[in-house]
Design a protein. Sequence first.
Length: 283
Amino acid sequence: MSDGAPRICYLDGEFLPLAEARVSVLDRGFIFGDAVYEVLVALKGRLFALEEHLERFERSLAAVHIAAPLDAAAWRSVLERLVTENGGGDHSVYLQVTRGVAERDHAFPVNVAPTVFAMCRPLTPREGLDRVDAVTLTDNRWLRCDIKATALLANLLLRNLALAAGAYEAVLLRDGEVTEGSSSNVFVVKDGRVWTPPLSHLILPGVTRALLLDVLEGCGIEVAEATVDEALLRAADEVWFTSTTRDLVAVARLDGRVVGDGTQPLAERAWREFQRYKEFRLR
Ligand SMILES: Cc1ncc(COP(=O)(O)O)c(C=O)c1O
């Protein structure tokens, strides 16, 4: 985005300045959080892992019974143009579909066009592996965390509890088992093996999670998609968070205690390999 140029967004078929975009107060996204979303990145102006993100987006839409308003080719062209309109370069790209505008009623309305919105925001590239502090919190979210729904109040409360405790993110525990972070997936390392909780309705199927598992396996690192109980978390040599906008972040201290010996060597290696993988995919 060139200096001073307005940020451009997409709303229901139109590209316009973000500051001018307007949605009805009767939009069910506003009234109920009746909406799903997706976040991906554009690097050097090119959309990274678009197919994987669109696949998950279509699953989220289907799970909440909203008919997909655009097909994959149309999404690609909207998002590519959005990035170009904003000057290319590195961006996080957000897209959202709500069930549309209707009189407030819990019952789904019929014959209502979904609201389609997308925006992007400049992304500062990371120079290296970030290290953060984390705290454990009880996962008190709903039981459909596999849907990327905009109704994120529980996640917001958890994230802000973590921030209030001086941490960056929370490792969430449900019935003594790790689920994920408030806006990330969780990996742990023990004795050279990498563990991450299996996919289920309790976690978001993170795109970074899936790509990183492939990258690790490609490097000959042993990975297990298996239950991570609290004992394994506390005994871990390393703990990582993964997400689209941050890639992989290592946990330096968990609940105030240094994780492992504090060096996170596998996280360093995984971060470098993941950067290489991104460059390879964007060639
Ligand atoms: C709850 C939750 N889990 C996991 C993730 C990571 O998913 P991805 O790697 O696709 O960004 C996110 C990303 O926002 C999230 O909100």
